[in-house]
Design a protein around this ligand. Sequence first.
Ligand code: U2P
Length: 282
Amino acid sequence: MGSDPQNQAIPMAILFIFLLQFSLSVASTSLKEASDAVILQNQGGRKQREFDYFVLALQWPGTICKGTRHCCSSNACCNRSGGFAEFTIHGLWPDYNDGTWPSCCTGKEFDEKEIHTLLEPMKKYWSSLSCSSPKTCHGAKGSFWAHEWEKHGTCSSPVARDEYGYFLTTLNVYFKYNVTKVLNDAGYVPSNTEKYPLGGIISAVENAFHATPLLVCSKGAVEELRLCFYKDFKPRDCVPTDSQNAIVSSKISCPKYVSLPSYEPGGKIFEFTDSNWQYPNA
Ligand code: U2P
């Protein structure tokens, strides 16, 4: 009961053409995906590839504000009534796995009007804790928010594609992963007398988010706590970063026991440097 080889040849040819077309279309799709993934961003002739992961950098105002020497209207250390009892946002930074990061990826300048609907939470949770005006990507001086958007936000594509998206995404991640609550629940509360084990703080965050944070200290006090995320904002371990050719890791930056200083404005006498500055609650 042998079948006719001529009759078989036609379906085989159709199958072959189908498979050829299928593999060509798969190949072109994966080529397209590969080229979508490697976005080459250009500024001043520099080419930067797409970032690998996000760092949400949080600052501890109690530590930073202790170093305040003078006041101005833009420094929340001077004018926040009631002080601070929580981490505030420093920035959402797209980083590379090798410890470096892209910066100033497009020419897009900061425009506060684009985020006018976010100003209330921004002022409260993304406050500037300094009087100095950081550099923007164009060499001019700008606000803290302008610096963070131009340096880091413009490199967050394709996850956050514009200024509004960048700030909104950052606020959402900040509210979702509430480190202050995690530490308070574990008994690590602001104090000017207590010292806490660095390992205990790291474990509390690991237990809550199943990923290892990175801590940065100044004179034995927690100055920053960084949480790391995949591009879909699932938590992942932070890796030591390379800051001005020095490796930053929790153990290098912090002692075995660290403080989380509390801070209330008014406890210090400031020299104030602009006429807009007002004493808190004045
Ligand atoms: O750590 C000092 C400064 O380097 C920039 N930085 C650090 C680690 C990192 O993963 N990504 C990154 O950008 C920060 O610069 P800034 O945004 O303050 O200009 C950080 O403060």
